[in-house]
Write a protein that binds this ligand. Structure first.
Ligand code: AP5
Ligand code: MG
Length: 189
């Protein structure tokens, strides 16, 4: 299986690039943010629990997120591999992902990390906020998401560098330019 973590700050292009990658490499895609937003839309118990946390730009507790992730992963049949988008976001989640994959006889093949300047992230999310209706695409929550990313998620850069899996990608430019850089990185795995 070609399991790829797509990593980067809020608005770095994880969702956008995942769509291109999954088509080209015939992979499945898990976006934990999309899963949670779908639960909110359904009005499920999980959705009700997460709605406030997402609006505040905070993280869903690790143990809950890890269970959701494992369930999604196990729902794929005869998968060529999975793109993990928005997961892991903490060291605990990264360790759990390794365990989940090892238990299933596979592993993370590489971490495609979109490197984008903070000012560009803010500009992209504010622009999307004017049309998306996402409860977290407003100036105040964007600032909180960046804070959470810098404190809780960015330590994963060192974690994956130590595992020899980190592939830094220049994440500024057109979507096509960035996708071409990602393909070079994936083809080298
Ligand atoms: P999540 O949905 O994962 O949001 P995020 O990481 O903050 O990032 P986004 O989805 O906003 O951005 P993206 O990197 O996918 O970029 P996109 O392609 O959309 O998580 C939301 C919340 O859910 C979290 O805050 C947390 O509360 C919770 N959550 C989720 N996973 C969790 C976990 N594992 N643990 C705990 N809690 C969790 O692009 C952004 C915009 O930029 C778009 O408008 C796009 O069109 C545009 N764009 C893309 N590429 C370019 C480009 N090259 N040039 C110009 N514009 C571009
Ligand atoms: Mg996304």
């Amino acid at each position: 299986m070609l399991n790829i973590v797509i990593f980067g700050g809020p608005g770095s292009g994880k969702g956008t690039q995942s769509e291109f990658i999954k088509k080209k490499y015939s992979l499945d895609h898990i976006s934990t943010g999309d899963v949670l937003r779908a639960e909110i839309k359904k009005g499920s118990e999980l959705g009700q629990m997460c709605s406030d946390i997402i609006s505040k730009g905070q993280l869903i507790p690790d143990d809950l997120m890890i269970k959701i992730l494992a369930k999604q992963f196990d729902s794929f049949e005869n998968s060529n591999g999975v793109i993990f988008d928005g997961f892991p976001r903490t060291i605990a989640q990264a360790t759990a992902l390794n365990d989940i994959l090892i238990e299933r006889g596979t592993k993370v093949a590489g971490v495609v990390a979109l490197e984008v300047e903070e000012q560009e992230l803010i500009a992209r999310l504010i622009k999307r906020g004017q049309i998306s209706g996402r409860s977290d695409d407003n100036e105040e929550t964007i600032a909180k998401r960046l804070h959470v990313y810098n404190n809780q998620t960015s330590p994963l850069i060192e974690f994956y560098k130590n595992e020899g899996l980190y592939k830094g990608i220049e994440g500024m430019g057109t979507m096509e330019e960035i996708f071409n850089r990602i393909c070079v990185a994936i083809d080298s795995l």
